[in-house]
Design a protein around this ligand. Structure first.
Ligand SMILES: Cc1cc2nc3c(=O)[nH]c(=O)nc-3n(C[C@H](O)[C@H](O)[C@H](O)COP(=O)(O)OP(=O)(O)OC[C@H]3O[C@@H](n4cnc5c(N)ncnc54)[C@H](O)[C@@H]3O)c2cc1C
Length: 411
């Protein structure tokens, strides 16, 4: 029998896969348990990347070459009439959730990854930790990593008081196909990172890999995210109510969004966004929205259990760092374990210290960047300086910017 130490990773999305890869590099036997029944590759949308993410993938020996995304060189801001009012040189790779998932999932042994395994309970003692799943099966390991996202079961068992906090706005999202672009709009916009900034709102759009993660010209995708203030107790439940009158809580599967909600979204796009962007956004067949939350866990480690990725900290997406943070969390966890020999307690204490500080910083920063959207329902005079809409150049420089460029994050 092998005496390799064994990690049980709960959650087989990007955070869980990064943890699985990093723990294997330090010689651990790793098993991943994902609640969903089959491949997750159809999930998600476009994401901005950071050099730290690409460098981390390369350190794992994964091929993070330019096919991982599309480089944008410039950020531009369009006004309501479609005029370019600002521009800024700021190169960045834009990728897609599914593209990074594919890279990580295909590079991990299929035998170590189980779909349809929803964790329900954890038991731990001095010699190990046991995960108990919904089907009654049990798995024993030396370490359990909770990489099970913002509604983490693992965190719910250990720190039930840590709950996601609604930010006061939703992000409408969607992806257009490159081939649907009128030629003049394509030439003007397609390879730019574009901002439209209606009063109290924020819309970003940029090119991303297309269907099947294709990055060849003509086959790419174009992603938009539009942050819109949405009141929590009446407006959000109404948005999340389907045509049969059933309210799905604070999220609704995209196909169930009522046609009148989509129609209102399209007419608002025409009224508020630059016409070139509105023309693209309104043609997307299935736009969808996600309520924006942030979350801070009081601890990242309890005995033989560690939290990672969105299960630990969720910053609003304005920092564009969710995937990068999950990757850095995973690498830090593996390094702390490697450096501490047999002392898992010391390793997890170090992990907790280092990643809690980083997580708190990015949550705070993302809150500041989104504060003006959150504050829309306050009278102007009652808003603090942070709650006033920053000038376009500040947003263009700071949204999704590299961590190394942000003093308070880089430390
Ligand atoms: C609007 C928006 C825009 C964003 N833009 C960006 C961006 O530009 N750049 C970026 O880096 N990030 C971005 N993000 C954030 C990014 O998507 C997340 O941070 C990242 O996907 C987190 O990965 P994770 O693996 O920690 O969690 P998740 O992806 O949530 O995965 C958790 C997994 O755990 C599984 N699971 C849950 N419970 C259980 C259980 N009990 N047992 C077993 N499995 C379970 C789930 O099925 C899921 O697969 C954005 C997010 C939003 C909402």
């Amino acid at each position: 029998m092998s005496n390799r130490r064994r990690a049980l990773v709960i959650g087989g999305s990007l955070g869980g896969l990064f943890a699985a890869h990093w723990l294997r590099t330090i010689g651990w036997d790793v098993a991943v348990f994902e609640r969903v029944d089959d491949d997750l590759a159809s999930r998600g949308a476009g994401i901005g990347t950071h050099e730290e993410l690409l460098a981390g993938l390369r350190r794992l020996g994964l091929p993070a070459d330019e096919s991982i995304g599309i480089q944008v060189r410039q950020r531009i801001c369009l006004d309501r009439n479609g005029r370019r009012v600002r521009q800024l040189d700021l190169p960045q790779f834009m990728s897609a959730w599914a593209r990074i998932y594919r890279l990580l999932k295909d590079g991990f042994p299929a035998a170590g990854y189980r779909f349809g395994a929803g964790l329900e309970r954890i038991e731990q003692d001095a010699s190990g930790v046991t995960a108990v799943f919904a089907d009654g099966s049990r798995e024993r390991g030396d370490l359990l990593v909770g990489a099970d996202g913002i509604r983490s079961t693992v965190r719910g068992l250990l720190a039930p008081e840590a709950q996601p906090r609604y930010a006061g706005y939703v992000a409408w999202r969607g992806m257009a196909d490159e081939w649907d672009f009128p030629p003049e709009v394509h030439a003007e916009l397609f390879e730019q990172y574009t901002f439209c900034l209606p009063e109290g709102e924020m819309m970003l759009s940029y090119p991303v890999p297309g269907r099947d993660n294709d990055t060849r010209p003509g086959r790419r995708g174009y992603n938009f995210i539009w942050y819109r203030p949405t009141e929590e107790l009446e407006e959000l439940p109404l948005l999340c109510t389907d045509a049969a009158g059933h309210c799905h809580g604070q999220a609704i599967p995209p196909p169930l969004i009522r046609p009148e909600v989509i129609a209102k979204f399209r007419s608002d796009a025409q009224a508020l966004l630059a016409p070139q962007i509105a023309g693209i956004v309104i043609r997307i067949a299935q736009p969808f929205f996600q309520a924006i939350f942030d979350l801070e866990s009081p601890n990242l480690a309890w005995g033989r259990v560690a939290l990672l990725g969105d299960a630990a900290f969720v910053a609003r997406p304005h920092v564009g760092m969710g995937v990068t943070k999950a990757a850095l969390d995973a690498e830090c966890l593996a390094r702390a374990i490697r450096d501490s020999g047999d002392d898992l307690g010391a390793a997890l204490a170090r992990y907790d210290r280092e990643r809690r500080q980083f997580g708190s910083r990015i949550v705070a920063r993302a809150r500041r960047l989104g504060a003006y959207i959150e504050a829309q329902r306050k009278p102007l005079a009652a808003r603090t300086d942070h709650e006033r809409q920053p000038p376009p150049e500040t947003l263009m420089r700071e949204i999704g910017s590299m961590a190394v460029n942000l003093k308070e994050i880089a430390g």
